[in-house]
Design a protein around this ligand. Structure first.
Ligand code: CO
Length: 136
């Protein structure tokens, strides 16, 4: 059955990844388990797993990065909610047929071994939704 499955992670835009890693290590009382740069997106990300929940912190690595633009407009804070999907291409087709505006026509390679695609916030009450499919 097609559809979005569980929340895979919540993404938070931050100005300074090092400082925010220390902050969230304190808040969640768990260590960041991975730091990864996604060159194509102009972001550096870190991941936390607390119980069943995963969080992603994102810092821009250049001025034209979507994260830099987001922080300029809205400041730091919740940037996106990611849902796991079994078949990203089929979900993208389904959502397009529902009239949703997608930010990319083809799945992109995201952080943490995922294929990803974003639904434009215009199509989701102002929420940026990430679809992600495991690649391993
Ligand atoms: Co994400």
């Amino acid at each position: 059955m097609l559809g979005l499955e569980k929340i895979e992670h919540i993404g938070i835009a931050v100005k300074n990844l090092e400082e925010s890693n220390l902050l969230f290590e304190k808040i969640l009382n768990t260590k960041c388990y991975k730091i990864e740069e996604v060159e194509s997106e102009g972001v550096k990300t870190s991941f936390f797993q607390n119980g069943p929940n995963k969080m992603e912190l994102l810092q821009a690595t250049r001025a034209d990065s979507p994260i830099a633009k987001f922080i300029e407009k809205k400041g730091e804070g919740i940037h996106h909610i990611a849902f796991s999907v079994k078949n990203i291409r089929e979900e993208m087709q389904r959502l397009k047929a529902e009239g949703c505006l997608l930010l990319n026509d083809e799945p992109k390679v995201g952080a943490d071994n995922k294929l990803v695609c974003f639904i434009h916030p215009k199509s989701a009450n102002g929420v940026l939704i990430e679809l992600c499919q495991d690649t391993n």
